[in-house]
Design a protein around this ligand. Structure first.
Ligand code: KG4
Ligand code: ZN
Length: 340
């Protein structure tokens, strides 16, 4: 990477986290995230409330990112922002802010694809974290996406498998809702799964051809299972919550690992990376690590704070694009369904 003195501000606002980060060359100087508690009481992200919260948060969050990095905005070389995919109202806040700031400072504007950023987060300079060599396979697992991507270079990526219905994060969150857990339920299921028996209850895995995924059938199977059991014993959930969580998580991990195994076999690639909010899951992290012994994989698991939505991953993509001189026009628009 270049030895120049490059400072990039990254801005992320695609869903319900307002985030800003400053990167100096490849190293993160600050990584600020303001979450939005407001959605918890609704059991899911409410788009209109998300955009309003972004509007309130964006100026203080950017200020704090600059302050923590100990630089002034005049020292920035470019502003990078999430163009998509995500919620349109949320994306518009980050996009408009980034455009205005870059225009005001007369510095380049850089558009970033959120899903590419989840993958390229692996190229942040972090002690103790190796960067995957090309080509590698990346599995992006979040509340909105589930994909297996063949990564040939920073910006040459091909989606070789994806979900045909729900994302894996939704499978966690919707299962949690059935069990009466709060939103998002992924972290809670993860915590409880550690205390339960993963083989206590069996859920059949969906049969989907090739490298694609499906999670909506699993959600329905869990719903019917719980309804049946609660009918027989109204305390079934409370009495078995840890075992239920462990069994659901075990099934989901099985689905993900089966597809990764197939992808690795089909492509001959054994370097495997994960990214996205669900890659914070301790069971998935462990299953991936086990793959090193079992299948000869070399695995790349991001630092916890770079798994869920963050702006450091936007800033690193901004830096990589800056080195290539790949800048956006002021006329660029947010794109809710942007593809890799
Ligand atoms: O990448 P992310 O922060 O936002 C999206 O772009 O969607 O991912 C959020 C998703 C939620 O569905 C949440 O339940 C899930 O990541 N998640 C987890 C864990 N931490 C977050 N799922 C399972 N185990 C976790 N530890
Ligand atoms: Zn994400």
């Amino acid at each position: 990477m270049s030895s120049q003195n490059i400072y990039i501000l990254g801005i992320e606002s695609s869903c319900d986290d307002t985030a800003a980060s400053v990167i100096h060359n490849g190293k993160i100087l600050s990584n600020v995230v303001a979450g939005q508690k407001i959605h918890e009481e609704f059991g899911g992200v409410v788009p209109e409330l998300a955009s309003r919260a972004h509007q309130q948060n964006i100026v203080p969050v950017v200020h704090q990112a600059l302050k923590k990095a100990n630089i002034t905005k005049e020292q920035l070389n470019a502003v990078a922002f999430t163009r998509g995919p995500g919620l349109m109202g949320s994306l518009l806040v980050g996009t408009s802010f980034a455009k205005s700031l870059a225009y005001g400072l007369n510095i380049p504007l850089i558009d970033v694809n959120h899903m590419q950023a989840h993958i390229l987060a692996h190229f942040i300079d972090e002690e103790g974290f190796e960067k995957p060599p090309f080509p590698f396979l990346a599995m992006t697992i979040s509340g909105g996406h589930t994909q297996i991507v063949k990564v040939d270079s920073y910006f040459n990526m091909t989606v070789i498998g994806e979900t045909i219905d729900d994302a894996v994060g939704e499978a966690f969150d919707k299962s949690g809702k059935i069990l009466g857990l709060g939103y998002p339920a992924g972290p809670e299921i993860d915590k409880r799964a550690k205390l339960g028996n993963p083989k206590a209850f069996k859920f059949t895995k969906p049969k989907v051809e090739g490298l694609n995924f499906s999670f909506s059938g699993l959600k329905t199977a869990i719903l019917y299972f719980i309804q049946r059991e609660v009918k027989a014993n109204p305390n079934f959930i409370e009495e078995n919550l840890n075992d239920i969580c462990a069994s659901i998580q075990y099934t989901i991990i099985g689905i993900l690992i089966d597809k990764l195994k197939l992808a690795s076999k089909q492509t001959g690639i054994k370097h495997i990376a994960i990214g996205g909010g669900v890659s914070a899951n301790s069971g998935i992290r462990q299953a991936l690590k086990n793959g090193e012994q079992k299948f000869g994989w070399t695995t790349y698991i991001p630092k916890f704070e770079f798994t869920t939505d963050n702006a450091a991953m936007i800033a690193i993509v901004g830096y990589l694009k800056y080195l290539e001189g790949d800048f956006a026009e002021q006329s660029i628009m947010a794109s809710a369904r942007l593809k890799i």
